[in-house]
Design a protein around this ligand. Structure first.
Ligand SMILES: [Zn+2]
Length: 194
């Protein structure tokens, strides 16, 4: 599996494209101009780390290119996709609501799904930064969104953040990270310092 990173223009959020066997998956979706050239073959789905604006704003454009692609999130993530207030896009120049709610596929905590032959993803709920935060464990890669960015304090001052839960989620991620490589929702401080 090849993993490619895109750093988006809005808040430097990160999207990722996973490619194997001539098919692709995407983790979070910002600027699709940078994302599209990296997607090979069939786009099987989009996994969301959470539905804050900067991690979802390209979804309508992406799904226009790849109709009926499932968007994987939890129940709180679904609410965020359908509310420009909950996903905070209302407070930016371009309010965002997902045009195709029928494409949303809810995942439960710890649920596993096969991405490619021999490679599965596990959805691990990591609430705190947001109730919709999900960390995706894919092989030995951990897509943590904003629940854990190495060298950066987890942001918990949003209206629906929960500092205690964020701490617990961070601990859970740190123990998983011992045997995994971390792909965060924004470049880590370590990368920014380079
Ligand atoms: Zn966020």
């Amino acid at each position: 599996m090849v993993i490619r990173q895109v750093v988006n223009t809005v808040f430097n959020s990160c999207s990722y494209v996973l490619v194997q066997d001539g098919a692709s998956w995407v983790v979070d979706c910002g600027d699709i101009e940078m994302l599209l050239p990296l997607i090979k073959g069939q786009l099987r789905g989009v996994m969301l780390t959470h539905s804050h604006f900067d991690h979802i704003y390209g979804l309508n454009d992406l799904l226009a290119h790849f109709p009926h692609t499932p968007v994987l999130t939890n129940a709180a993530g679904r609410e965020g996709l359908l509310s420009d207030k909950l996903n905070f896009s209302r407070y930016h120049e371009t309010p965002f609501i997902l045009d195709t709610p029928e494409d949303i596929r809810l995942v439960s905590d710890q649920e596993r799904l096969e991405l490619f032959e021999g490679i599965s993803a596990q959805a691990i709920y990591t609430p705190g930064h947001s109730p919709c935060s999900v960390t995706w464990k894919i092989d030995d890669a951990l897509f943590t969104g904003d629940s854990y960015i190495p060298g950066v304090k987890t942001v918990t001052n949003f209206p629906h953040s929960d500092k205690r839960l964020a701490g617990e989620s961070r601990e859970r991620i740190l123990s998983l990270a011992e045997s995994c490589r971390v792909y965060p929702g924004h470049p880590s401080q370590l990368e920014l310092d380079l």
